[in-house]
Design a protein around this ligand. Sequence first.
Ligand SMILES: [Zn+2]
Length: 281
Amino acid sequence: MKRLFAFLLTLSFALAWGPKGHEIITQYAIWNLPEGTLKAAFSAWAPDLRQAANDPDRRKATTPGEAHRHYWSSELFEPWPFPHFPMGLAAARARFGEAALEKGGVLPWAIETSYRRLVAAFRTGDPKAIVRAAGDLAHYVGDAHQPFHTTLDFDGQSWLNGGIHALFESTLIEAYFDERAEYRPRPARVVAEGPLALAFGVIRQDYPLVRALNEELWKAKRLYSAFDRRFYRKLWNGLFGETERVQIRRAGGRLSSLYLTAWIEAGRPVLRTPPSPAGGR
Ligand SMILES: [Zn+2]
């Protein structure tokens, strides 16, 4: 067990929430949909959607510009609570410059763009395009609910808490998170404020968690070494585990709402259900 945790701690933080976290968020979003053609189709495509939710991380190495879509370094733009956001990408480019956005990330606009692609895909009715766009949207909405994707201090650098990113989003989730047992319904609603305002609302809510989680990690480090399983148990039973459960449920609720809103905006198309569009990859 000690070796397992030591290994897990060395995993890269590059995969936000880790594949397991992104899959759970996608599944919760499907469960949260109201009964009807949308839920029936997404339930039938669930294995593909869960896979597609991790595609943006797989693309990072090969697609130029992809890496910047996964985070937003708040401090580079405005102090919390970012009173001038949300603003459109063109307005942000004009105000902060392309270099700042390259460094600081464009996560909120990645959510908006994937939402638009999903509306367009619903209009065409092409199941493959729908799964692709819905998977992208699932990924970026998931990333926005990971507090360490909202800050320049993405791995606890200024707290001497290196490794906190992976500990929060992968290590504890892989070890303890039970997808079915932790599910709580958060029924989908219509996102009247639009996807961009929703994205900034999420980030505004997350950001204070960065400090709280860093403080909590120090409390655990004073008690146990990272080679002691009690260290992980304490984190899972305390603020880390609680925050992970809440953030994953929130992400599943908001993602479901974006799916429902996109489908309504597209004119409530009837969706062709099985066979699975990717032919079961
Ligand atoms: Zn990501």
